[in-house]
Design a protein around this ligand. Structure first.
Ligand code: V47
Ligand code: SF4
Length: 400
């Protein structure tokens, strides 16, 4: 919910931002029109300083991260030809197509057996062969082997896909997955909700209203989720704001979103990038920072704004800590989706690297669990070395 933010209006060079700064000072909610002004203003520092003030009012100088590991069990996807922005998916017989057996998933997860990982982030393609049983078996096996590890799995699009091939309702699929071990859901698959945009970049994908519908169902069942927006492709500023409005409205209704993560479009090795002639030109740092700042200011009912360093580089993520961001993607271990479309960032980050990134911005690092409970705050000289039995994942990471 909006809160009164003690903000110094003299920081704003663009007069168009002044009414927005005044609203912040009165604790008033921003409108979609305000959002358009924020996106269009040349005064990025003005926008950022408002987002920073709002973020500090909630989180002070603390920046959180989780020790997580991505697992992408299959890249086989029925939408391979129609999600033209995706470079990760393959048709079943295409070169590079893969589908992990349970043993392969467990082998990848074993990397976590040394105690590093607290969360698995599991997402993949819409594969006709991976129905409900594939995932319930996987989640049960993971929980049996590593009961302490949180399972954040399956986007709304994957839930709807499983429901369709199993002829079940979204709710029944979610209940079955939860019984097998699913704890929360990631926010992927949202792209940009505008129908015109979807027609151009993902015309067969679950629409915006249904993405919201699956998340509403999850929230109603008590399953918390994240939300995202893919930006920097063919969408307009108005499309972005209409998308954010749908997210904010659902959050008003359910309060089920934990975090918002804007995702920067990568144009390499996908049909859309070629069509747009954008090879090698990802989003700009300017736009990355602005998307995060607008997320913080407009989505006043979503507590956590996360920067995904894999997509926008660790350098932009570090700067974003002064543009409204209080949470950064964690250790990851191995990332496939963005590295299929031109991401040149590392596939994982060690604890010392994360700590120095956060401290380098003058912030205080803290490890969190998947529900954002802070597990450990790192003091200025804390290297993450173990401090007794409870030092946990972070300590192990320091030596990894
Ligand atoms: O929905 C696909 C995106 C998303 C490209 O919830 C692309 O904590 C850029 O949602 N360029 C999946 N992006 C990943 C995701 C996510 C990531 C990190 C954290 C969380 C969370 C969620 O990846 C897809 C799609 O929007 N994607 N292709 C591309 N060419
Ligand atoms: Fe499949 Fe997701 Fe890629 Fe679309 S974005 S082709 S649904 S893996």
């Amino acid at each position: 919910m909006p809160q009164v933010v003690d903000f110094d209006l003299t920081k704003l060079r663009d007069p168009a931002l002044r009414p927005i700064g005044e609203k912040l000072r009165r604790g008033e909610r921003l409108t979609e029109t305000d959002g358009v002004v924020l996106f269009r203003s040349p005064d990025l520092l003005g926008v950022g300083s408002m987002a920073d003030a709002s973020n500090r009012a909630r989180h002070g100088d603390q920046v959180t991260f989780a020790a997580n590991q991505h697992i992408n069990p299959t890249n086989i996807c029925v939408l391979r030809k129609t999600c033209v922005f995706c470079g990760y998916a393959r048709l079943p017989k295409e070169e590079g197509a893969y589908r992990y057996s349970l043993e392969q998933v467990m082998a990848e997860a074993e990397q976590a057996a040394n105690g590093i990982t607290r969360e698995f982030h599991i997402v993949g393609g819409l594969d006709m062969q991976t129905g409900l049983a594939y995932y319930t078996t996987m989640f049960r096996a993971l929980k049996a082997k590593l009961p302490h590890v949180h399972i954040k799995a399956l986007t709304a699009v994957e839930i709807a896909h499983i429901a369709r091939i199993e002829k079940m309702s979204w709710a029944d699929v979610l209940v079955a997955l939860r019984e097998a071990g699913l704890d929360t859901m990631p926010g992927g698959g949202a792209e940009t909700f505008s129908e015109a945009v979807r027609d151009e970049i993902a015309d067969k994908k679950l629409g915006g209203a249904d993405y919201i519908g699956v998340h509403r169902t999850a929230h109603t069942l008590g399953i918390r989720t994240n939300c995202t927006m893919l930006y920097g492709h063919v969408e307009t500023i108005e499309d972005r704001m209409a998308h954010l409005k749908m997210l904010r409205d659902l959050q008003d209704e359910t309060g089920g979103f934990l975090a918002y993560i804007p995702l920067a479009y990568h144009p390499d090795d996908n049909e859309l990038g070629e069509k747009l002639g954008r090879k090698g030109t990802s989003s700009t740092g300017f736009d990355d920072l602005r998307n995060l700042a607008v997320g913080r200011l407009y989505l006043d009912n979503i507590e956590h704004i996360k920067s995904h360093w894999i997509m926008v580089t660790p350098f932009v993520t570090q700067t974003a800590l002064h543009f409204g961001v209080n949470d950064i993607e964690g250790t990851v271990v191995r990332e496939k989706i963005y590295h299929a479309v031109g991401a040149t960032t590392p596939q994982g980050m060690t604890l010392p690297a994360l700590l120095s990134l956060i401290r380098g911005a003058g912030k205080v690092p803290a490890e969190r669990d998947s529900f954002y409970k802070v597990l450990r705050v790192f003091g200025p000289d804390d290297t993450g070395e173990a401090e007794g039995a409870d030092a946990g994942a972070a300590a192990e990471l320091a030596t990894a």
